[in-house]
Write a protein that binds this ligand. Structure first.
Ligand code: BG6
Length: 490
């Protein structure tokens, strides 16, 4: 079996909105996730709001916007799981000690923008927020764990979204730049590796789940994505100029897919999906320029090419240093009538693949797909790669302080083997940070019962529990995997 390189970054990944909690402590402002309820895989998360006349309400389907006159609001009678997450805010010392016990070399976390700039456009950063992350980084340093920090992971300040129109307004780029400049200045000695946006390509994905998604909202998604590319490029260039030792990466949702059949029409359909859903973002962020196929896409969507070509120099000057992506599952695409739809993996919806098993949440499990994707990405971009999310969301049972999770170990073992094979193929893979290394709130459903962690957190979907932490069987398995640098996978 191929050896993982020495200094390989074994670790785990989290995000503030799903993990940190303390939503109303330390001067933190609100994010959209704070006004979004819990749900299940069969019922959508809902955004709650209040109208000027005092009536209240909640959205009823994914992608639905709140009424024009309404303001998002936290309402009585609803449960908001992200308010607590799994309470890293009050448990960071205990949790980091557990990560160190597993042998982590890297810990992926995000900084909550509303903890640093509570409204996004405040004149000064919030000192309590700044101090909190200093304490976290000090704790990581104690155990020689390298932080990998996502600057924006699904928790933009709500004020920016509601008062400025969020990323559709280019002033948001300036507020983001200021936020990043604050972070680089404050934490330049603590954090070397940064990711500008989590799953940046998710900005244009909603239309793929909702068949009648309004065309204008779809078009807006592409403009939002462009503004985020510009923001990312600007801060990447800024970091390169002012803090040359910092490394900035992209983070793209790994929406990999196959043609369902070898019908060339299916192959073409799949190629177009891959271009649109994945390479569109990768090409801009790594190559610094829109790919050739973009022009036709804009034309077909009724978008004005000039809008996308106005920042050519900025995109070119702000190319990232490394590539990172999330990888959970794959899907298939076809032009054939009557094919069976799959349950939808991470941000994707396609057709059922008879060659792979599916999780309880309908996500296809495909370790070979990880190897394939690593090869594809490396062939195309030739920059170091990090797999910064991967894992199995499953229901775990805590009994007598123990959790037996052989299904998670099987999933992880197969994916670690696939990474070893990709390294053997020649891929420059430098990090693996499986998702939700400690249980946290699911992004898509807001559930706690969909657990990814190797550390169990006692909290249920009604917000009840002690928040105590327990080592699962996978904790000991991963510890052994790290200790042996990926060789002992039994
Ligand atoms: C990725 C996100 O899309 O997938 C995470 O970056 C998310 O925030 C993860 O939690 C798993 O998805 P889910 O919906 O199972 O939590």
């Amino acid at each position: 079996m191929t050896k993982f390189p020495e200094n390989f970054f074994w670790g785990g990944a989290t995000a503030a909105n799903q993990y940190e909690g303390g939503y109303n402590e330390g001067g933190r402002g609100l994010a959209a996730t704070d006004v979004t309820t819990g749900a299940t895989k069969d019922s959508p998360r809902r955004r709650t709001y209040i109208l000027p006349d005092g009536t209240t309400g909640a959205t009823s389907k994914v992608g639905e916007r709140i009424p024009e006159q309404a303001r998002s609001a936290i309402l009585d009678g609803y449960y908001y799981p992200n308010h607590t997450g799994t309470d890293f805010y009050h448990h960071y010392q205990e949790d980091i000690a557990l990560f160190a016990e597993m042998g982590f070399k890297m810990f992926r976390m995000s900084i909550a923008w509303p903890r640093i700039y509570p409204h996004g456009n405040d004149p000064e950063p919030n000192p309590e927020g700044i101090a909190f992350y200093h304490k976290v980084f000090d704790e990581l340093r104690k155990y020689k764990i390298e932080p990998l920090v996502t600057i924006s992971h699904y928790d933009d300040p709500l004020t920016l979204e509601e008062e400025l129109g969020g990323w559709e307004n280019r002033r948001t780029i300036e507020y983001y730049e200021r936020y990043c400049q604050t972070l680089f200045k404050e934490y330049q000695d603590d954090v070397q590796y940064w990711l500008t946006f989590n799953e940046i390509n998710s900005a244009t994905m909603i239309s793929s789940f909702i068949p009648d998604y309004p065309k204008e909202l779809d078009r807006a998604g592409y403009r939002v994505l462009h503004n985020k590319f510009v923001a990312s490029a600007k801060v990447t260039q800024y970091a390169h100029t002012h803090y040359p030792k910092l490394k900035i990466g992209c983070m793209i949702a790994g929406l990999f897919s196959y043609p369902l059949t070898c019908d060339p029409k299916d192959v073409l359909a799949n190629q177009q999906k891959m271009q649109n859903y994945f390479y569109y973002a990768g090409d801009v962020m790594v190559r610094g320029t829109y790919p050739a196929f973009a022009k036709k896409m804009w034309r077909q969507l009724g978008l004005d090419e000039a809008f996308f070509q106005q920042d050519t120099d900025i995109l070119k000057a702000g190319r990232v240093d490394f590539f990172s992506y999330s990888y959970y599952s794959t899907s298939c695409h076809t032009t054939h009538e009557g094919a069976k739809k799959d349950g939808g993996g991470n941000l994707s919806l396609g057709y059922y693949n008879e060659y792979i098993p599916y999780s309880e949440w309908g996500w296809g499990m495909d370790p070979d797909g990880l190897r394939i994707s690593l090869n594809e990405i490396y062939d195309r971009y030739q920059v170091p790669i990090m797999v910064v999310e991967n894992g199995l969301g499953a229901v775990d049972k805590l009994e007598n302080g123990q959790v037996h999770d052989p299904y998670r170990i099987d999933y992880m073992r197969a994916h670690v083997q696939a990474m070893a094979q990709a390294i053997d193929d020649g891929v420059d893979l430098i990090a693996y940070t499986p998702w939700g290394c400690i249980d946290l709130v699911s992004a898509s459903t807001g559930e706690m019962r969909k657990r990814y962690g190797m550390i169990y957190v006692d909290l249920n979907d009604q917000g009840q529990g002690t928040l105590d932490r327990f080592r699962k069987d996978s904790f000991y398995w991963y510890k052994k995997c790290i200790e042996s640098n990926g060789e002992d996978l039994d």
